[in-house]
Design a protein around this ligand. Sequence first.
Ligand SMILES: C/C1=C2N=C(/C=C3N=C(/C(C)=C4\N[C@@](C)([C@@H]5N=C1[C@](C)(CCC(=O)O)[C@H]5CC(=O)O)[C@@](C)(CC(=O)O)[C@@H]4CCC(=O)O)[C@@](C)(CC(=O)O)[C@@H]\3CCC(=O)O)C(C)(C)[C@@H]/2CCC(=O)O
Length: 210
Amino acid sequence: MTTYDYEKDGPAIYRQSFATIRAEADLAGLPADVSRVAVRMIHACGMVDLVRDLDYTPDVVARAREALRAGAPIFCDVQMVASGVTRKRLPAGNDVLCTLSDPSVPELAAKLGTTRSAAALELWRDRLEGSVVAVGNAPTALFRLLEMIEEGAPRPAAVIGVPVGFVGAAESKDALAAHPSGLEHIVVRGRRGGSALAAAALNAIASEEE
Ligand SMILES: C/C1=C2N=C(/C=C3N=C(/C(C)=C4\N[C@@](C)([C@@H]5N=C1[C@](C)(CCC(=O)O)[C@H]5CC(=O)O)[C@@](C)(CC(=O)O)[C@@H]4CCC(=O)O)[C@@](C)(CC(=O)O)[C@@H]\3CCC(=O)O)C(C)(C)[C@@H]/2CCC(=O)O
């Protein structure tokens, strides 16, 4: 049997990863709190050039952290994002909610003529005010959130907007960044994104430790 020489110490793997990211990624222009979030996002996808596409409002990390400390719920577009949130990092035992699998959603989507991901946001309204929203997959969910806010829905405290893909992903993130409501946000411009990135950003925001 071949014996491979590889690192088996979990904390050592993390230390080495973060040191590599800090050596290779150009984090110099980022505020300290956004830089920590960027490191975690790069850690989740292995792309040190992600920083190039990162866009954010300067207070997004502070506002999201404040909301979480006050007990705000976290709304996720898909279960993959919700599953990636490390519960023990959450400062107030915050609820992590994904309404995509609610039995009412398929019918709602058919009625509204949209995806299930977008229709599922109709079930967020009651607790949307001051919440933290993490969109890692579905561009239609992010577009729908912006439409709902224009229609007068309550405002979340912050939005992690990193849907991935080729249809609507870049456009939905551009729309969030340019939205007249001035929502606090962090986005990865362009096609890149994904549930793992959304969860990593959320986990970094939730606790200050690296
Ligand atoms: C168009 C959709 C896209 N999905 C992508 C990538 C991935 N999706 C996975 C999975 C398992 C799920 N995707 C759904 C959200 C499903 N995906 C869509 C929709 C058709 C529309 C969303 C939109 O355009 O905004 C969406 C269904 C819907 O009606 O909303 C999912 C609900 C489908 C399902 O299983 O029923 C499901 C979410 C499961 C959950 O709750 O966690 C993948 C794992 C793909 C796979 O199964 O192979 C993958 C995960 C990517 C990630 O990191 O999250 C895209 C690329 C985002 C794509 C949208 C853009 C495009 O260019 O096509």
